[in-house]
Design a binder for this molecule. Structure first.
Ligand SMILES: *Cc1c(COP(=O)(O)O)cnc(C)c1O
Length: 389
């Protein structure tokens, strides 16, 4: 091996080990699902994002197989070249109709969507304002743009208002970027108030609904549940969470779609999604359209049960809006120890540590799933009861 590379790899590895933050991949013996097998243990899985258990739904997997056999294993090129089979446009049209917007554009993943749309739209002379707890893909999207970046405190609309009041006039365009359900904290911004602040200061609103789709309201996410879709400029959704497969989209006006087709580098310079992912997502969309209200309510009820279990350990009941329930522990070592105790009790709930969350807020990120049975939840309650914190 090249000696400077070898030295660099040792440095990188030493840095995470010394900080107690080294991470390794889990080797599951089973497919990921509401219950998983790890080693010789069967565990209730409380750390997936497959909130509606659609990843192993027979209708979704059959649609994926059908799409692979009808269209192919790969799209063969980027969308702009020849990777644009009719099934892709059909899904985009149905997504747009479902959300009540003019258009949608598929991206390879949520990471591609967020690192694509922000630099495509924002550049020199623009201002991007980002919630401090936004997902890494949004942060990277902001960094890739040449816009001035400002970070506002988590959900702090008074600070957002003040930043816009002070700085907006010096920039051609200002864009506010936020998640609607925060991926590691499970809470939501006061979206109606955020929209008002943005409108007052003539700022573009971009919402990442990755953890809200399938979970909030009838499944269409937080903006739709609050009747705000028509006042939001850009909506990002992903298929890797509640939709149970892979891929993402950016939805909004027809002009937005056209601009992204021409300027979003992560769409232009990357192979289009595999047809199986598009087939699976389209089937999942049909299921959510038909059954979304009930499925979403089930997930939120389960999340409430998990929040009650956290409260029963003596902590404040987490502020839970969707499926994500933070069980905040504090130090990295303590979070690992709690995770291990839950594991011993038959529950898979991994510790989330820096850099994914701020230092001192290491936690167990619990996620609810519509696929968990009452028996599963009873097993989870027993594992929690065995924690003496
Ligand atoms: C998971 C996630 C993404 C990335 O989506 P992928 O399709 O997994 O790349 C983007 N934004 C948020 C808020 C997420 O939680």
């Amino acid at each position: 091996m090249n000696s400077s590379l070898q030295k660099r790899l040792e440095e990188l590895s030493g840095r995470t080990w010394r900080a107690g933050l080294h991470r390794e991949l889990l080797a599951l013996q089973s497919p990921p699902g509401p219950r998983v097998t790890l080693g010789d243990r069967e565990l209730v899985n409380l750390c997936g994002n497959d909130y509606l258990a659609l990843s192993r739904d027979a209708r979704v997997t059959a649609a994926a197989a059908r799409a692979a056999s009808d269209v192919g294993a790969g799209a063969g090129a980027s969308r702009l070249v020849t990777g644009n089979p009719p099934t892709f446009t059909a899904l985009e049209n149905d997504l747009a109709e479902w959300l009540g917007v003019e258009s949608a554009l598929l991206f390879g993943s949520g990471y591609h969507a967020n690192t694509g749309f922000i630099p495509a739209l924002c550049g020199d002379g623009d201002l991007v304002l980002s919630d401090e707890l936004n997902h890494a893909s949004l942060i990277d999207g902001c960094r890739l743009s040449r816009a001035t970046r400002m970070i506002y405190r988590h959900r702090d609309l008074a600070q957002l208002d003040a930043l816009l009041a002070e700085h907006r006039s010096r920039y051609q365009m200002a864009m506010v970027v936020t998640e609607t359900i925060f991926s590691m904290d499970g809470d939501a911004p006061d979206l109606a108030a955020l929209v008002e602040v943005c409108e007052r200061h003539d700022a573009v609103i971009a919402l990442d609904e990755a953890h809200a789709l399938g979970v909030i309201g009838d499944g269409r996410g937080l903006a739709a549940a609050l009747g705000l879709t028509g006042r939001v400029d850009i909506l990002v959704g992903t298929f890797g969470k509640a939709f149970g497969s892979f891929g993402a989209f950016v939805a909004g006006s027809a002009a937005l779609r056209d601009a992204l087709v021409n300027h979003a580098r992560s769409a232009i310079f990357s192979t289009a999604l595999p047809p199986a992912a598009v087939g699976a997502a389209h089937e999942a969309l049909g299921i959510i359209r038909a059954e979304g209200t009930g499925l979403a309510a089930t997930v939120r009820r389960r999340a409430g049960e998990l929040a009650d279990l956290v409260a029963a350990t003596g902590r404040a009941r987490p502020d839970v809006a969707g499926a994500v329930v933070p069980f905040i522990i504090g130090s990295e070592d303590d979070a690992l120890a709690v995770s291990q105790r839950l594991f011993d009790g038959g529950v898979l709930a991994r510790a989330i540590r820096p850099p994914t969350v701020p230092r001192g807020t290491s936690r167990i990120r619990l996620t609810a799933c519509a696929g968990h049975s009452d028996d599963d939840m009873a097993a989870v309650a027993r594992a929690f009861a065995s924690l003496s914190l």
